[in-house]
Ligand binder design. Structure first.
Ligand SMILES: [Cu+2]
Length: 386
């Protein structure tokens, strides 16, 4: 009985599929229509090809099954003797040819549209790195704004937390689980925005389905893409090129604001940049206590370093342990050098990503945590000219 019911459900689903095109969207099986003219063009092309393929499939299989049934051996023991028909051959060459041309024309139009990166109002340099995105505004009032966009879903939701007795518990997943960031890319509505896409370490890919934009981020190359979104709103995407351990943890969030709100946002960012610079300068001028450096250092370590070096500095796969490491327990200058300038095998350069005070704090933390007991204190001023 259960099977019969399932069969009915399956049939009903299939029927509603065939009858109503909207059923696709509702069932979330189909490509999404997206939020831009190009994404609509892509969607329409997809549907056009889909229906042409469906019709061809039904016709070809229909003729095939009909022939197998109508000309079965029991009915026609004597096979027909004809072969070769110029008319039929002409028909089955001409029709596919016309169909292919019919598909190539709109597809080429859309491709040309996608590739037209000219006359952009806003240009943003997007750099993928393990495992976060960097956005840098290249022109206009926004020139000079640059920031990293990191996953903001709490670790407790996807890695869980281990309590004192060793039990692992997970926080309830949020609405935008793994699709939320601390600082989204902000662009103006109704303006053509060009993305210059590149990468710092390995291949990444910047993919926002609602814009129909998916562009490979390749170290040493700059690829282009563009969008023009009419509706303000929040659009989400993900890195779409397997880029290592945390590939699934570098989402993309784009906030499209009305041109007025965008202008306000730009002004605020510029004020923030100035404020942050002043704060960093003030912090760097101070001499920090060991306690303060350790507290700040732990915070920086957990958010920026633990993903590669392990929560307790124990190392993960190819990423070296810092607990007991020669560099973290040897001469301070070597330690500062690798954190400031990065390494050959994937250690990022942190100068510019972290303030001098944050770098000093995290180095102090690493030199005085786990089994490392150097007693060394590194001050922001020690980082200043490195
Ligand atoms: Cu990536």
């Amino acid at each position: 009985m259960a099977l019969g019911k399932n069969l009915k459900v399956a049939l009903a689903t299939t029927m509603s599929f065939i009858v109503s095109q909207n059923a696709f969207a509702e069932l979330n099986f189909n490509l999404r229509e997206g939020a831009t003219r190009v994404s609509h063009e892509v969607y329409d092309l997809h549907m056009l090809v889909f229906w042409i393929c469906t019709i061809i499939g039904v016709l070809v299989f229909g003729v095939m099954f009909y022939s197998m049934w109508a000309h079965r051996q029991s009915k026609h023991p004597e096979p027909a003797k004809f072969h070769h028909s110029t008319v039929v051959e002409l028909i089955w060459t001409t029709i596919p040819f016309i169909i292919l041309i019919g598909l190539a024309i709109p597809a080429t139009k859309t491709l040309i549209d996608i590739e037209d990166n000219s006359k952009a109002d806003v240009n943003v340099l997007i750099t993928g790195s393990q495992w976060k995105w960097n956005y840098k505004y290249m022109d206009g009032d926004a020139k000079g704004i640059e920031f990293y966009s990191n996953l903001s879903t709490p670790k407790a939701q996807y890695e869980g937390v281990v309590d004192a007795s060793g039990n692992k518990t997970f926080e309830e997943k949020g609405e935008h689980y793994l699709l939320e960031v601390d600082k989204p890319l902000v662009i103006p509505a109704g303006k053509k925005v060009r993305f210059l896409v590149t990468a710092k370490d390995v291949l990444h890919s910047w993919f926002v389905p609602d814009f129909a934009v998916k562009q490979d981020a390749v170290p040493g190359f700059i690829n282009e893409a563009w969008t023009k979104v009419d509706e303000p709103g929040i659009y989400r995407g993900q890195c779409a090129e397997l880029c290592g351990k945390d590939h699934g943890f570098m989402p993309i969030v784009v906030e499209v604001k009305s041109p007025e709100d965008y202008a306000k946002w730009v002004a605020m960012q510029k004020a923030d940049v100035a404020k942050a610079a002043a704060a960093a300068e003030a912090a760097a001028a101070q001499s920090w206590s060991m306690e303060k450096l350790m507290a700040k250092g732990e915070e920086v370590f957990n958010t920026k370093c633990a993903s590669c070096h392990g929560a307790k500095g124990e190392g993960i796969a190819i990423f070296p342990a810092l607990d007991g490491s020669k560099i973290a327990t040897g001469p301070v200058d070597d330690h500062i050098k690798i954190v400031v300038h990065g390494g050959q095998k994937g250690m990022p350069a942190w100068k510019g990503q972290l303030t001098d005070a944050e770098i000093a704090a995290v180095i102090t933390f690493e030199r005085n945590s786990w089994s490392n007991k150097t007693g060394d204190i590194v001050q922001p001023a020690d980082i200043a000219n490195k």
